[in-house]
Design a protein around this ligand. Structure first.
Ligand code: ZN
Length: 145
């Protein structure tokens, strides 16, 4: 199988900024400096177990980046195998899921068995298999009578 190919995905940072600005999700993300997070997409759509991944940039690599005038604490990867054909709200739920892995000290934290409870509450248990999901920030979702 061919090697994975990753391309920068600035549109995912835009989504992350929306999540950080929304009252419903932003309070869980305020500690994250989005200028130090890089977002990439895997574009060959080779099968992967996970839809996304949050990776800590380790100190030696981070030092090299800083020496070159760049700084990056984490890389968030979205895998095309799962993301292809999905809605923007789906990507938003995934980006939120991955950002929530970043703890206050920058280390990764883990959720329960399946997911973060607030993601499940808005998007449902099987949201990763759905093509579209409600907006995880709650904005624009139709109210049920
Ligand atoms: Zn996770």
């Amino acid at each position: 199988m061919s090697a994975p190919v990753y391309i920068p995905a600035p549109e995912l940072r835009e989504i992350a900024r929306e999540l950080q600005a929304a009252p419903t999700t932003g309070w869980r993300l305020w500690h994250i400096d989005l200028d130090r997070i890089e977002f990439v997409r895997e574009v060959t759509c080779r099968p992967t177990r996970d839809a996304g991944q949050c990776i800590v940039v380790q100190p030696p690599v981070r030092a090299v980046l800083q020496a070159r005038g760049a700084d990056c604490s984490h890389v968030i990867v979205v895998y095309g195998y799962h993301a292809e054909g999905k809605s923007r709200n789906w990507l938003k739920a995934l980006v939120y899921h991955e950002l929530r892995h970043i703890g206050y000290d920058g280390r990764l934290i883990d959720h329960g068995v399946e997911d973060w409870p607030d993601v499940l509450a808005v998007c449902g248990v099987n949201w990763r298999e759905a093509k579209d999901v409600p907006d995880v920030t709650g904005a624009g979702n139709a109210r049920k009578p």
